[in-house]
Ligand binder design. Structure first.
Ligand code: NAD
Length: 273
């Protein structure tokens, strides 16, 4: 194998000594990104609800190969005080937060006139406002230490809309706008701020939507999954958490130091239409 293609230990552990905080990383995309960052040697702060022990075990198994520690925060991304405390705890325990992935998110599907106001508020708080609170807590440390990577997990719905998803579309468009504004504020610093905009990824968040569609239409879950892709995603394939993890790793690399304020679609052509 030629020298340029040989993976050295240094390449593999690009994030050794760095700390990554991934919100909503007990499941789905966040867990996939946390595992990819752990493969690069990063210390990890895992956050989210549900089966946290299984998620922690998966990430710890990867991180331990690099001697990197993994911590858990049960902070609720709808609570600003929890969010700021999570960042402060990470900085206290690990010394730094170098990579911040704002990933936690929820969904609710209904016509705007039927949308429960408390669901609207929860979606805006968790999918958008939480990124403001993590950013204001983590950016000063990143700037002071001379390295920072912020990756906001928006959505194809940060670029285009779908009916019955008003809160989600508003939050994700807001997250793309927040990404651009803060990227500009950081443009002359070593801190980059970008968004990833996935199309359909088969995680619990999407499985619930497929199950609801199958229940409503009377067709099978498998048929509904194919229909769902056919409506929006020309590749007819789900994006995977591993693919998003690989993009997050690239955005953390030195090669991405001038990638700033982008909303990078990984959507099988959804937003190219
Ligand atoms: P998921 O349901 O598998 O995971 C969501 C994560 O967020 C879980 O860890 C959950 O515990 C956590 N979470 C939810 N509410 C929280 C709260 N109040 N505080 C802390 N953590 C909380 O969903 P996913 O599909 O992996 O989605 C992750 C992100 O990716 C979301 O922002 C979602 O909008 C976005 N996204 C998903 C898709 C997709 O097709 N799955 C597409 C585009 C964007």
């Amino acid at each position: 194998m030629s020298g340029s293609y040989q993976r050295t230990q240094k390449d593999i552990a690009m994030l050794k000594g760095k700390t990554a905080l991934v919100t909503g990383s007990t499941s789905g995309i966040g867990l996939g990104i946390a595992k990819s960052l752990a493969e690069q040697g990063a210390r990890l702060v895992i956050n989210g609800f549900g089966d946290k022990d299984a998620a922690l075990a998966e990430v710890r198994a990867i991180a331990s190969a690099h001697g990197a520690r993994v911590a858990y925060s049960g902070a609720d991304m709808s609570r600003p005080d929890d969010i700021v405390a999570m960042v402060r705890d990470a900085e206290r325990d690990f010394g730094t937060v170098d990579v911040l992935v704002n990933n936690a998110g929820i969904q609710h599907v209904a016509l705007v006139e039927d949308f429960p106001p408390e669901r609207w508020d929860a979606i805006i708080a968790i999918n958008l406002n939480s990124a403001f609170h993590t950013l204001r807590a983590a950016l000063p440390g990143m700037k002071a230490r001379g390295y920072g990577r912020v990756i906001n997990i928006a959505s194809a719905h940060g670029l285009v809309a779908s009916a019955q998803k008003s809160a989600y579309v508003a939050a994700k468009h807001g997250l793309v706008g927040l990404t651009k504004a803060v990227a500009l504020e950081c443009a002359t610093t070593p801190v980059t701020v970008n968004a990833i905009c996935p199309g359909w990824v088969l995680t619990p968040l999407v499985q619930k939507q497929i199950d609801a569609r199958a229940a409503a239409s009377g067709s099978s879950v498998a048929q509904e999954a194919v229909k769902l892709l056919g409506e929006k995603q020309p590749s007819l394939q789900f994006t995977t958490p591993e693919e998003l993890g690989a993009l997050a790793v690239f955005l953390c690399s030195p090669a991405a130091q001038n990638v700033r304020g982008v909303a990078w679609a990984v959507d099988g052509g959804w937003t190219a239409q």
